[in-house]
Design a protein around this ligand. Structure first.
Ligand SMILES: Nc1ncnc2c1ncn2[C@@H]1O[C@H](COP(=O)(O)OP(=O)(O)O)[C@@H](O)[C@H]1O
Ligand SMILES: [Mg+2]
Length: 506
């Protein structure tokens, strides 16, 4: 197939001096799904924004069908047949699906929007590429997966021949992802080009024809997908060998540490977030909690950590009742918690790494004695943990907010594990974190398991829960709808049925 889009030595230096793209040359063929992979900050979105006219390159050129083009705005790019779907959608919530798709290119009748024609055209376009939508619904009322399909249709309606999708699967369930991949293949089969940004290598292997790897703003390699393995791509992305498959020593299940019976949590608005759930968690095991977000996972983590009072039920930790709604008592009893939103709960961005590492224990020796803080002990503690947890930082005094996502998460992990917990609640422990840091975090969780810590792993990343968990439960609508003793034997597809509530175990 002929080359449709080409970049020649594109560089981008942002006004703050960051060189986000450094002489990147890629070629995208017609009829090709071309994946761009790289860790956070590798420069993927920057390159795509340049192709879509949202950013101007500092140097280099873009060729479209062999002809040099310059885009001053997305309108220029759209006019030349380039469409882009962003990570954050840009739709009008009060408009219908069809109105959003045809916006600024509406079919009219006597000067007004011709609604039946708009609905029919949008429906036909959706059917053509296998993107199920409901044209007459208001965007405010539709789920996130459909919003994304609306964005795609909007680009196609404007005649996109090259479609850029920036991390489209981050917000999708497994079945929605499968549908999207079907549509991407359909687009490619009709001769269009799709640029697919992702850092999920398995998805890239499943859907793309060509893979381009970026690292630190540079192009590392571009190769046909048929010549790639997950391991090779991970190595190219990270710049060293990465062990994707966690080596998990055999389970050494100890005594039950956490006993949860008929736990019920009600939200201030009256809604029941957790509905009489019961389970056991033993020393030395990882219990995975899968589910679509918003089905009670957050409330489960928060109530066990003492951050949220539960309405009824019984929770014991090492056979003692867990105080209800008392975070300090929970910590004293041996509960550690990696919160799902580390920017909101896990840490104070303006405080130093050293301070963040003791926020839960500054009042105890050796950090505090005779009513004053022991700054030397605080600094030594930080130095030790920075080294042990491979935290990349200039010094213990560096503010937490100056670190990358992966390093911030390692600080939280270091604090929680150094508290020597009996129970560790790990909520979305690798969200938004690079592959290299994911590998490290997984290894630390496995090590804690080997030391007899009971771990509750809550994650929206199904491959993560399936790989790490010794047992697995699925939450749907505040209830446990499935329970697996052998998670490695469960497929993501099957899990998806329970997560969406279309199946439940008796
Ligand atoms: N508008 C901006 N101003 C300054 N720096 C930016 C801007 N956008 C991105 N960057 C920086 O450029 C680098 C590449 O970012 P980005 O293209 O978003 O990477 P990716 O999409 O691969 O995660 C990062 O270091 C990021 O912090
Ligand atoms: Mg990005």
């Amino acid at each position: 197939m002929p080359t449709r889009l080409q970049t020649r030595d594109i560089s981008k230096v942002y006004p703050n001096g960051v060189r986000a793209n450094d002489r990147i040359s890629i070629a995208v063929a017609a009829g090709q799904v071309h994946a761009i992979v790289g860790e956070n900050g590798a420069g993927k979105s920057t390159l795509m924004k340049i192709l879509y006219g949202m950013e101007r390159p500092t140097e280099g050129e873009i060729l479209l069908d062999g002809e040099r083009v310059q885009f001053h705005s997305p309108q220029d790019a759209i006019r030349r047949g380039i469409g882009m779907v962003h990570q954050n959608f840009m739709l009008v919530p009060s408009f219908t699906v069809a109105q959003n798709v045809v916006l600024n290119a509406e079919p009219t009748r006597l000067g007004a929007l011709d609604v039946p024609t708009a609905n029919a055209r949008v429906q036909a376009l959706a059917a053509r590429y296998g993107l199920p939508i409901a044209p007459e619904l208001r965007v405010a009322e539709i789920p996130v997966g459909m919003k994304q399909r609306v964005e795609i249709l909007k680009a196609l309606y404007r005649g996109a021949e090259i479609l850029i999708l920036d991390e489209p699967t981050a917000v999708l369930t497994p079945s929605e992802t499968r549908e999207l991949f079907g549509a991407m293949r359909e687009l490619a089969a009709s001769g269009k080009s799709v640029l697919f940004i992702s850092h999920k290598l398995r998805e890239v292997l499943a859907v793309s024809d060509q893979v381009t790897v970026l690292r630190d703003g540079r192009l590392i390699d571009s190769l046909p997908t048929s010549q790639c393995t997950e391991r090779h791509l991970a190595t190219l992305m990270v710049g060293r060998e990465v062990f994707m498959n966690v080596q998990k020593p055999p389970l050494q299940r100890g005594a039950p540490i956490l006993k949860v019976d008929e736990l019920t949590v009600r939200l201030p608005n009256g809604k029941v977030a957790l509905d009489r759930i019961s389970f056991r968690l033993h020393s030395g095991e990882i219990l995975g909690v899968a589910g679509v977000e918003g089905n009670g996972q957050t409330e489960l983590a928060e109530s066990l950590a003492g951050l949220r009072a539960f309405e009824s039920g019984k929770v014991t930790l090492c056979d003692r009742p867990l105080p209800n709604g008392d975070p300090r008592a929970a910590r004293e009893a041996g509960v550690a918690h990696i919160p799902e939103d580390r920017l909101k709960n896990g840490s104070a961005l303006e405080l130093s790494i050293a301070e963040n590492l003791i926020v839960d224990r500054y009042y105890k020796p050796p950090f505090s004695a005779h009513g004053s803080l022991n700054l030397r002990a605080i600094r030594q503690n930080a130095q030790r943990l920075i080294e042990r947890f491979n935290i990349v930082a200039r010094s213990p005094e560096t503010p937490l907010g100056a670190l990358s996502g992966g390093n911030m998460q390692k600080v939280v992990l270091a604090r929680e594990l150094s508290a020597a917990p009996r129970l560790l609640i790990a909520a979305q422990p690798t969200r938004g974190v690079d592959i290299g840091a994911i590998e490290f975090i997984h290894a630390q969780l496995i090590a804690a398991r080997a030391h007899g810590v009971a771990i509750l792993l809550i994650s929206a990343d199904l491959s993560e829960v399936l790989r790490l968990s010794d047992r697995l439960i699925v939450l749907y609508n505040g209830q446990i709808v499935a329970h697996f003793e052998e998670p490695s034997a469960v497929s993501e597809e099957e899990l998806g049925l329970y997560m969406l509530g279309s199946k439940r175990m008796a």
